[in-house]
Design a protein around this ligand. Structure first.
Ligand SMILES: Nc1ncnc2c1ncn2[C@@H]1O[C@H](COP(=O)(O)OP(=O)(O)OP(=O)(O)O)[C@@H](O)[C@H]1O
Ligand SMILES: [Mg+2]
Length: 225
């Protein structure tokens, strides 16, 4: 099954007391599953804002987020969360792991939401944690893990469902070059085996250039480089 996302004339204005911040000023963007795209741009340019709107975690002030030709930006929250769980693997800039849960339990969450059996969830989750070098920390909680380890657990949680789209916000920000290359390889493996698309927000130019298309967000506008 192939999917497509089409963003039309996206605007986002944040209201802060009397002042307004115009973060996105008419962004257009397309991606099909199986494609890889990088979004770069200076700090504060709106990359996280854009990714959250694409991932149906935030709503635009104007414009549409079409998923398979259906504008989902104004859909009900229950539908949005179902779409997120079914189709997206979101890697947050600040990992957002559940503090009370172990690494393994955090990764199992999206599979449990899909009503898969506990045995199956545990097996798949342990498998992906092993692939990213976290097999020795399955039963540690986030506050017993390093920053880069938390980031890897959050990556495992996003990949465990083999999503149609991986939305990754600076996923390798806390990782050393070897761990970073491993994560890149996991993304490519999922593209090849599950046809996953990748939207990668990053300040790492070398990593960005490994994607098939590179965009830059600046002054509220997204341009292809
Ligand atoms: N909830 C909010 N209310 C008000 N302003 C906000 C809000 N969220 C973000 N902003 C502002 O929008 C701008 C874009 O923020 P965003 O987090 O999208 O930037 P970014 O490109 O991801 O930056 P970085 O590279 O540092 O992660 C910033 O100036 C920020 O202050
Ligand atoms: Mg950001």
């Amino acid at each position: 099954m192939s999917m497509k996302i089409k963003i039309n004339n996206l605007h986002k204005v944040f209201q802060k007391g009397d002042s307004t911040v115009d973060v996105l000023k008419g962004v257009n963007f397309n991606i099909d599953s199986g494609e890889t795209v990088a979004i770069t741009g200076p700090s504060g340019s709106g990359k996280t804002t854009l990714l959250q709107i694409i991932g149906l975690l935030d709503s635009p002030s104007d414009g549409s987020v079409n998923i398979n030709d259906e504008d989902e930006s104004k859909s009900k929250e229950s539908r949005k969360s179902k779409l997120r769980n079914q189709y997206f693997g979101f890697i947050y800039q600040f990992h957002h792991l559940i503090p009370e849960f172990t690494a393994l339990e955090n990764v199992m969450m999206p599979l449990l939401v899909r009503n898969q059996s506990i045995t199956e969830c545990r097996k798949k989750s342990a498998g992906i944690l092993e692939k990213i070098g976290m097999h020795h920390r399955l039963n540690h909680k986030p506050n017993e893990l390093s920053g880069g380890e938390c980031q890897r657990v959050a990556i495992a949680r996003a990949l465990v469902t083999e999503p149609q789209f991986i939305l990754a916000d600076e996923p390798t920000g806390n990782l050393d070059p070897k761990a970073s290359t491993n994560i890149f390889n996991q993304f490519m493996e999922l593209r090849d085996t599950a046809g996953s698309g990748l939207i990668l927000v990053t300040h790492d130019q070398t990593l960005a250039e490994k994607m098939s298309v590179v965009y830059k967000l600046d002054g509220g506008i997204l341009v292809r480089k």
